[in-house]
Design a protein around this ligand. Structure first.
Ligand SMILES: Nc1ncnc2c1ncn2[C@@H]1O[C@H](COP(=O)(O)OP(=O)(O)OP(=O)(O)O)[C@@H](O)[C@H]1O
Ligand SMILES: [Mg+2]
Length: 227
């Protein structure tokens, strides 16, 4: 089943009297249980596309079809409900809440979700991401990598069917970065999640099932022999 489908997405923004086109007709597809990468030069529009596909920012035209439903045609309340139950997001700069501990940050999505997740399951996610020993620490007391892994645990705790990761290894050294990516890809394959990862790193992209290259405000699927 197609879990993420972008249909001819256009994004324009107004600056003064002029209008700039950031995306000019992006179409892509990611199936259930697959991990896809988006690569492309800095400033080409990757984060803009991720915000649209993860339900944060509406496109000017075009559709984001998530788990089969046309997300931006839902009313705001339904959009929120859909996001809370189906989408996990990992940002470039973690967005942890400084006043909350590692574990409290990880549990945040559960406050807004209808899903019942047991304490054991929360502990399991912290173990999988290797931050169970840091659970009582505040973000300022953790290293960049530990904060990054906290953000990843937070994105996974609610068992979302869709995971959007925007350069999730930016703060990590090569070894830890690789571990995190392998973990995300394995989650897609084993838990049947659908994962979309933005990366600058061709090694990381090469581990994904599909690579989309962004250029000229559009994306193109790289044929497997070019990888
Ligand atoms: N709200 C905005 N107002 C003006 N320009 C914007 C806005 N949002 C994004 N842009 C511009 O749109 C372009 C695409 O930005 P985007 O953040 O999507 O790039 P990116 O591919 O994620 O880059 P990077 O790899 O550096 O993270 C950039 O030139 C950026 O300056
Ligand atoms: Mg970006």
């Amino acid at each position: 089943m197609l879990m993420i489908k972008a249909e001819n997405i256009v994004k324009k923004i107004k600056s003064g009297n002029s209008e700039t086109e950031l995306l000019s007709g992006v179409s892509l597809e990611v199936e259930n249980g697959k991990a896809a990468a988006i690569i492309g030069k800095s400033g080409c529009g990757k984060t803009t596309l991720m915000s649209i596909l993860s339900g944060i920012d509406a496109p000017t035209s075009g559709k984001a079809i998530l788990n089969g439903s046309d997300y931006y045609s839902l009313d705001v309340k339904k959009q929120e409900e859909f996001r809370n139950n189906n989408i996990g997001v990992i940002f470039q700069n973690y967005h942890l809440i400084p006043e909350l501990t590692c574990e409290e940050n990880i549990r945040m999505p559960l406050v807004f979700s209808k899903k019942k997740i047991s304490d054991d399951e929360v502990i399991n996610v912290m173990k999988m991401t290797g931050i169970d020993r840091q659970r009582k620490l505040f973000p300022r007391q953790m290293s960049g990598g530990e904060q990054q892994r906290t953000a990843i645990a937070r994105a996974l705790v609610n068992k979302p069917s869709l995971i959007f990761a925007d350069e999730p290894t930016g703060a990590l050294d090569a070894e830890m970065g690789n571990k995190v990516i392998k973990f995300l890809i394995a989650s897609a394959h084993k838990l049947n999640l659908t994962v979309l990862i933005v990366t600058h790193d061709m090694d990381i992209a090469g581990q994904c099932d599909i690579i989309y290259k962004m250029q000229d405000k559009k994306v193109q699927k790289l044929p497997s022999q070019q990888r």
